[in-house]
Design a protein around this ligand. Structure first.
Ligand code: ATP
Length: 288
């Protein structure tokens, strides 16, 4: 299987004599070509799980277990054993991450073109012209309107949804095997959310990406995730197909999580339906 296999992942913080146990032996497969949802209430450990896969766990963490990467180009038996320098080489190439706030990964004073071309020149060793061509291609791929013009603009000149598309363009630039998406649509309007979710689905299918989608929003899960893992207090309490987890939850905790939602839309066609209803193709206004 290509993708990520997490086995018995534990993470502790604080005084070793009375540690705060953040992750308590997580087992999770994130296969290529699938969106694996990681759900759970605030503080359950979803974000820390995603960060640990990328080697970005909180400073002072004590981590044990195994995170195996089977990438298209590279496999690593246990990411936890890599040095920071080795992880740096892997991040951006094999492992990519997008966050709730896309501005967190974009520099406010550097044009979008500058940021995209710097990224691909550094990781892929491309020349200036090739890097620019790839930057345009990437912006087209994530459907940022007028990609040539977009290159000379700065982050503040784009809407939130477009910035998330640009962050996704940077994330996929080196054709990674794994994408960790942490609450990528939480800050966006519902119709804009649908467009981003549809884009993630499309990239997952066309690039055979293994996507770990971290979100507290089971509505988002029901729209795109192939399987859903539910976290509670640092453990995965249930993992199954999105239909099974959302419609026929096996644990009391998942049931209560679902009951606390206003309404869960029917799983299979949500993204498609929203797209058709609103006629979203480029679902955001262009720029400001
Ligand atoms: N840098 C840190 N230092 C200390 N504790 C931390 C740090 N980062 C996370 N934690 C703790 O780890 C636990 C899990 O946090 P995490 O952010 O993974 O939860 P989450 O499920 O993603 O919740 P949310 O949806 O609110 O982000 C929480 O108790 C949190 O307080």
């Amino acid at each position: 299987m290509t993708g990520i296999t997490i086995s018995d992942l534990t993470l502790e913080l604080g005084d070793p004599k009375s540690p705060k146990r953040i992750l308590r032996g997580i087992d999770l497969e994130v296969p290529a070509g699938q969106i694996t949802g990681l759900a759970g209430e605030s503080g359950s450990g979803k974000t820390v799980t995603g960060l640990t896969v990328c080697g970005l766990q909180p400073a002072g963490s004590r981590v044990s277990g195994r995170i195996r990467l089977d990438g298209a180009r590279r496999s690593v038996d246990n990411l936890l054993e890599l040095s920071q320098a080795q992880l740096n080489r892997l991040r951006g190439r094999e492992l990519a991450m997008i966050f709730q706030d896309p501005t967190a990964s974009l520099h406010p004073m550097i044009s979008i073109g500058g940021q995209l071309t710097d990224h691909v020149r550094y990781h892929l060793g491309l020349g200036r012209r090739q890097a620019r061509e790839l930057a345009v291609e990437l912006l087209e791929r994530v459907r940022v309107p007028e990609p040539e013009n977009a290159l000379s603009k700065y982050p503040h000149q784009f809407s939130g949804g477009q910035l998330q598309r640009i962050a996704i363009a940077i994330a996929i630039a080196c054709e990674p095997s794994v994408l960790i998406a942490d609450e990528p649509t939480t800050a966006l309007d519902v119709t804009v959310q649908a467009g981003i979710l549809r884009l993630l689905r499309e990239l997952c299918d066309t690039m055979d990406l293994a996507i770990l989608l971290v979100t507290h929003d089971l509505g988002v899960m029901s729209a795109v995730a192939d399987t859903v893992a539910v976290m509670h207090n640092g453990s995965i309490v249930e993992h199954g197909s999105r239909y099974q987890v959302i419609r026929e939850p096996r644990t009391e905790y998942t049931r209560s999580l679902i009951e606390s939602l206003p309404a869960v839309p029917p799983p299979p066609q949500v993204v498609h339906e929203v797209a058709v209803e609103t006629g979203i193709e480029n679902d955001e206004e262009s720029g400001r």
